[in-house]
Design a protein around this ligand. Sequence first.
Ligand code: HEM
Length: 538
Amino acid sequence: MVAPGAVAIIAGLLAHQLVFIHGEWHLQGPKVVVLHFIFGSLLYASHLFGNGGTQASLVETIYLAACYLSSLFTSIAVYRLVFHRLKHFPGPKLAAVTKLWHVWKCRDSRGHLVLQAWYEKYGEFGMKSSGPTEITIFHPEAYETMDGHGNRNTRSDWYDLLYPRISSIFTRDRQLHNERRKMWEQALSTKALSQYHRRVVEKVRTLKSLVALEQSRPVLINDLMYYFAFDSMGDFAFSEDFGMMRTGRWHSSIAMLRSALTLLGPFSPAIWIPRLGFAFIPTLWKVRHWFHMLEFCDQCMARRMEKRLPDPDIASWFIEDYVKHGADPTRERWLSGDTATLVVAGSDTTAPSLTLLFYFLARYPIHTEKIYKEIQGVDRENPAALATLPHLTGTINEAMRLLPAVLTFSSRVTPAEGLMIDGTFIPGNTKICAPRYTIGRLHTAYLHPHEFIPERWYSEPKLIKDKRAFAPFGVGRTSCVGRHLALAQIRLVTAALVFHYRIKFAPGENNGEAVERDMKDQLTAQPGACLLVFESRV
Ligand code: HEM
């Protein structure tokens, strides 16, 4: 008779070879865990009722589980290291064995630096990244390959993060994406934007008056820009005042939202981990904040649906779509997904972009003064007029190149036939990622890539070797629909503050060294503390 230990070892091998090696498992994680627990309990019970005694049954069950799990994980590791189709790509061996290694490396939310270090060590097709089917591409062509014209890639497992909530960004289904995106494009069309313009200008004025109140006292620009971005989003998205600029304090739900998003620092590379957390510990730790965040977003929409407004906001378009199609439960989930996307994408990107831009303005006053000269005689409350100013645009681009708001996020899965990038074949069904932080600094894309030179975007084009490397808003059919709104906000804030103030680091800030040193990558960039002084020009 075969020993039970040997049966468990064979079961582990078969579980890998016949089951887990196929397809995706990130949505099935909770079920897999529960099934294993049930099976383990049955083993324990059968041993107990076969007169095994409590302790002996427990020891036997643990022994069999250990045999099963070690055989399962050994089979996975051997397959990934020795037989996998990506084994020829260079990269850390442990990353090839398990996603958990990448998660461990990102435990302090410095994913951008982890990938930068891998680039320095392994080069363009940086590695067989963390996991069996993932390659990180550090190449100027990466965004075109991922999302450019005619590509047949699909979105990766990451985009199931909110499942079963669906939105333009949180769906992997092309047809559904096209449908949701159409609604977003209408909500953020040029005509619609002109209707939100008054609201944004109003918030910029409030921001200006807040800065004026400080009278050259140090201002934590991180908080200020968050207050501005969330208050603006509250208004143009839901016609709601979150009151952060008014009170000078974090709205408790928005503070919780920020806390929830910190989960994505370490766990973005392995989305099945937060999905397990959502299933098993919904009321604990930051997972609790995650559900609070979703509830807060739903409540914003619920409150908005009760209002009748003379001027449209972004939610108007979502509500119209929802009502048009009848309130079936599927549409309910779509509305919820799009609302969460609107809250987070509409603010948590603009806030760090502004913080980082003002960090650069303080670091390079020469460019701030050039912008100051440029905005003389220009209507500073007209985003279209501001968009024509080359140095302002160059400075914003340069800030977004070196420290983009979305540092590493975006991943796709190659089509079954695979794809070529610069002569290298990437096999089919491979997850590909392209971190903006590193690609923005490539020597193959820029001359003097580590220097802050806004002129490269207008009068010195020779400093850009390959402009495909610049995609702070993504490219193609999945690129940012909020780009024009975000840029309008950034231009308006910059013109308003630069016109009235010289921007300097507060005493003791040491040239803002904490900003990059302490910056975290938590889906969006969370810069380190940046204390600035706004010195009146009059
Ligand atoms: C500086 C600010 C912003 C930056 C840097 C930014 C960046 C990005 C990037 C890189 C993507 C592509 C993500 C991917 O590849 O999956 C994206 C998508 C998206 N962004 Fe933004 N974004 C900003 C502001 C906004 C604003 C203000 C809104 C809305 C009001 C918005 C709404 C969206 C939506 C809905 C998508 C998904 C588009 C789709 O799936 O088709 N973003 N954004």
